[in-house]
Design a protein around this ligand. Structure first.
Ligand code: PGA
Length: 227
């Protein structure tokens, strides 16, 4: 598919991605840009709430986000799994446990993303669906900050597996084996319904569908199904 697009003329591509998707989106765009050096790319990294505003006001060509809302006129295509895992400092007493009941996990305090984050919304829904109350500790607007806070023992965290790389290998952070985890979500490519595609946006769309998985490094030993 992409071979035919090699001669793609100069054009513009505005991509907006959820903060969490940035952990792979940069690699994805770098490779796309090597294949299509004539295309001027802008990348905006922001949270779910802002992405929805951008879609609404037509400020972006493509959005990469979790679970698009059903009450907006959007076209959305899932292209990759996004597992959310519970994390702790390796010294945390729950780290040795084989199967942590959700009610036990819910006794802990969590360092969470800000309101408006898709990850935050999914976590809140998960606890609610299981009849548990989420005890929120500190709020942080960046996954990197959450990982550091968890490592420092400020609380537990729930983050996308896509945000974890070296922390697990270096044993600075541990993934907990908790009931109901990982929380399975998907990444979607989204644009406004009826938005006219250009050769550039079409090429990017095809590229993401075909190549995304190749640019994603999930930590070894962790699969989406909770291995
Ligand atoms: P977030 O988005 O970075 O806003 O949490 C991710 C998502 O929607 O899963």
């Amino acid at each position: 598919v992409l071979e035919g697009m090699k001669g793609l003329r100069r054009g513009q591509l505005r991509v907006s991605v959820a903060s969490t998707a940035n952990h792979f989106a940069t690699r994805l765009l770098a490779d796309f840009s090597r294949q299509f050096p004539e295309v001027a790319i802008t990348l905006d990294v922001t949270n779910r709430e802002t992405l929805l505003k951008q879609l609404d006001s037509n400020e972006t060509d493509v959005v990469i986000m979790g679970e698009p809302p059903s009450d907006m006129d959007l076209e959305a295509e899932p292209f990759m799994e996004n597992p959310l895992v519970a994390i702790a400092s390796p010294e945390h007493p729950l780290c040795g446990e084989e199967s942590i009941p959700l009610a036990r996990l819910a006794k802990e305090r969590f360092v969470l993303r800000e309101q408006g984050s898709g990850t935050r919304g999914a976590i809140a829904r998960f606890f609610e669906q299981h009849g548990q109350t989420l005890r929120t500790g500190m709020e942080m607007s960046a996954n990197e900050a959450i990982k550091q806070a968890v490592e420092a023992g400020l609380g537990l965290g729930i983050v996308s597996l896509h945000t974890l790389e070296l922390e697990l290998e270096a044993k600075r952070i541990a993934v907990l084996r908790a009931e109901g985890f990982p929380i399975l979500r998907d990444w979607y490519m989204v644009h406004r319904r009826g938005k006219r595609s250009t050769p550039v946006t079409q090429a990017f769309h095809d590229y993401v569908l075909a190549e995304a998985a190749r640019h994603v490094r999930l930590p070894s030993g962790y699969s989406a199904s909770g291995g």
